[in-house]
Design a binder for this molecule. Sequence first.
Ligand code: PLP
Length: 415
Amino acid sequence: MTAAEPMNKVTFDIARVRADFPILAEKVRGKRLAFLDSAASAQKPKQVIEAIVHTYTHEYANVHRGVHYLSERATVAYNAVRAKVQKLINARDENEIVFTSGTTDSINLVAQTFGRATLKAGDEVLVTEMEHHSNIVPWQMLRDEKGITLTVVPFRDDGSLDMDAFRAKLSEKTRLVAVTQVSNALGTINPVQDICRLAHAAGARVLVDGAQGIPHLHTDVQAMGADFYAFSGHKLYGPTGTGALWARAELLDAMPPWKGGGDMIRSVTFAHTDFAEPPHKFEAGTPNIAGVIGMGAGIDWFLSLDRDGLDAHEAELLAYGTERLAEVPGLKMIGTAAEKCAVMSFVLDCAHPHDIGTILDAEGVAVRTGHHCAQPVMEHFDIAATVRPSLGAYSCREDIDQLVVALGKVREMFG
Ligand code: PLP
C-alpha cells in the first residue's frame, strides 16, 4: 500500500499535496521523514515559501506609510490578506480581522482590552480543563489583577467536554467563556456552536481558540456564533509569527487599544491621541509584512484543496492510525472522544515519552513529546507527558506505518 493508494474511496490526491512540500523529501538521520508533528507547527508548501521570497525579492518596503512604488505594492499585497482571512472563517467584514503574531497574541489582546475594560471583581471567566496554557494564563493574570474568578469545566476520561458540568457552571456571573475548538493534547472537537448558544443565553461572550480547529474543521464564525476567534498562521501552512483575531465589529469598536504606537492612530499631540478605526487601532507598529503575505498564500493553498476529500482523508488516516497504534502492546491512547481529529496522544507502559520520542527520531519519525502546554490535561490523567503524533493535510499511511515499526524498536529496547 502506498501513500497514493488509500484503501477506501478517498479521491484526495495525497501524492500531489505532498509534492507541494519540499521538506517532506528531506532524509532525516538517513531515513525517510515521517513528519507527525503538525499540531505544533505545520510544514510549508512551496506556494508559501515562494510568496515570501517573492515579497523580499520584488515587492518589499514598509506598508501604509510610503507613496513610492514598492511601498504601494507591499501595501496592496498585505491588505489583500484581510479578505482572505475573512473568506477562510466567513467573517461578515474584513475589518473584523486583526492581524496578530498568533493565537497567544490574539487571546492576550482580548484579555488586555475586552477583559481589562469590561471585567470586574466577582465576574467569572469559564475555561475548560483541556485548554492550552495560552487560554489559561492570560485569564489568570487578569484574575490576579482584577479579582475575577476563573472557573474550570472538566472533561470526561475519554477527553470529551462534560457539557452537564458546563451547563451547571454557567451562571449570571459568567462574563466570558474561553474554549478551544479542538484540544491540542487530546484531539477532542468541542461543540462550540452549542457552547456559544448556551453562553449567550446566560449573557456571556465566547472566545474560541481556533489554533487546532482551523487546519481541520470548516470554520464559519457567523454560524458558530462566537464573539472572538483566534488562530495562528503557522499551524495553517503559513509562516510563524502570524495569526489573526476575529471579533464582532461592535466589540472591536468598543474595545480600547492595547499596544500604542505608529499606525494605530489618526492624530497625535502631546495632549491627546485620536485612535484609528479597528482593526488598525489594534495593530501598532510595523507589522510582519512578508509573514502576513505568506499567511495569505497559506490560506489560498489551503482553500484550493478539495475540502471534502481532505476531510475524508484525515478521518480515514486518524482511524487507520488509531487502529495501528492499538496493535502496539502496552500502548494506551490519551483522548478517545467520539468527536476528535488529527491528534493521537498516547503513553507506553515500558518507556518515558521523551525516550520514545528520541528513539522515534532516530527512525525518521518526528513527534512531539511532553505536556504540550496543557499541563492540566496531564494532571487529569496523572501522567507527566504523552507522545503526540499529529496529522496534517500531507500525512499519509506510510507515516503511520513507519511510526508503528519504530514503536516496535522501542519495545525491543525497553522490553
Ligand atoms: N491554543 C492551542 C489549542 C494550541 O495548540 C496552541 C499551540 O500549540 C496555541 C493555542 C498557541 O498557539 P501559538 O503558539 O501559535 O500562539
